[in-house]
Ligand binder design. Structure first.
Ligand SMILES: Nc1nc2c(c(=O)[nH]1)N[C@@H](CN(C=O)c1ccc(C(=O)N[C@@H](CCC(=O)O)C(=O)O)cc1)CN2
Length: 283
């Protein structure tokens, strides 16, 4: 029975970090399967992701407890995850369902190490689609006067369903600072432009008006500053002068689905570390 785990950490950069981590894992009979590191000269921080096996004779908590003093000595932000545990997702959607559809299939076909525990939307459009996969659907309508109560329903669902990651799959509501705070580091949005270009609403219409030759999509963590959160992944597609906004939307939707699925995979495989307002991504 494989007992592989993922250790992620970031800390002020100095000599001896990798030596200390690898030595401690060795002392507890752990075998390192894969390791990736990055020292950022700009922020002065060091980032490490280690995929390792724990021998059946060793309780994982023993390794975790032994690691704590080393982590404290280096002022590490760290976590140790069960590499086989499937993340529980809540997917939020509004009227555009292509990203939801893509994630339902990818999780159902186990392409992603995650399960969609629930779908929630301010519209009822995708109740049948979620139901066709056996995924509970929650209709949470919202307007200016009900936003706080509607967001509380989302938070209650996150708590009740033990959600690990909230995915905004073209969810077209701006989350309040309170909800952003509650979901800090565990809410990902797909923005339908190559940020920082064309933030906010209707980016494809903005791009068409600008006469761009490339469109794109950006997956980022959600923060109170609209479309300003740490970028996780991006991709692009070529377009030309003859294309209408509808054509850009059609071409762009495939890019959005691809980028969002990659970002969800990177998150649930613990490959993303925050580096200030940016990310370090160990692919
Ligand atoms: N706090 C945050 N909330 C959201 C973010 C974010 O980065 N921080 N990303 C957006 C997604 N988004 C573009 O990708 C976006 C969504 C909604 C709007 C907007 O103007 N919404 C209006 C209502 C529109 C409607 O009801 O159809 C609003 O909320 O008043 C702009 C951009 C998701 N949320």
């Amino acid at each position: 029975m494989s007992r592989d785990h993922i250790l992620t950490l970031s800390c002020p950069d100095r000599t001896g970090i990798v030596h200390g981590v690898s030595g401690l894992l060795f002392e507890h009979g752990c075998n390192i399967i894969d390791a990736q590191q990055f020292g950022d000269p700009e922020s002065g921080r060091f980032f490490l992701r280690v995929h390792f096996d724990v021998p059946a004779s060793t309780p994982v908590d023993t390794v975790r407890e032994a690691f704590a003093p080393l982590a404290a000595a280096h002022a590490m932000d760290w976590a140790m995850h069960d590499a086989r545990r499937r993340a529980r997702l809540l997917v939020l959607v509004s009227r555009q369902g292509h990203c939801l559809n893509d994630l339902l299939f990818r999780t159902h076909s186990r392409q992603l190490r995650a399960d969609i525990a629930a779908v929630a939307s301010n519209h009822a459009d995708y109740a049948r689609l979620a139901g066709s996969y056996g995924v509970p659907f929650h209709h949470f309508p919202v307007d200016a006067g009900t936003r706080e109560a509607q967001e509380q329903r989302i938070l209650d669902l996150v708590e009740r369903e033990r959600i690990d990651l909230v995915v905004l799959a073209r969810y077209m509501q701006i989350l309040s600072p309170r909800l952003c705070e509650a979901l800090a580091g565990r809410a990902i949005n797909i923005h339908h432009s190559f940020l920082p270009s064309f933030k906010g609403a209707q980016p494809y219409h903005q791009a068409h008006a600008r006469g761009v030759k490339i469109i794109g999509a950006t997956a980022h963590y959600v923060t109170p500053d609209l479309d300003e959160g740490p970028i996780i992944d991006q991709d692009v597609a070529h377009v030309d002068h003859a294309m209408t906004p509808a054509a850009l939307i059609r071409i762009g939707s495939d890019v959005e689905s691809r980028v969002l699925a990659r970002a969800v995979r990177l998150h649930v495989e613990h490959r993303i570390l925050l580096n200030g307002h940016r990310t370090v991504v160990f692919r």
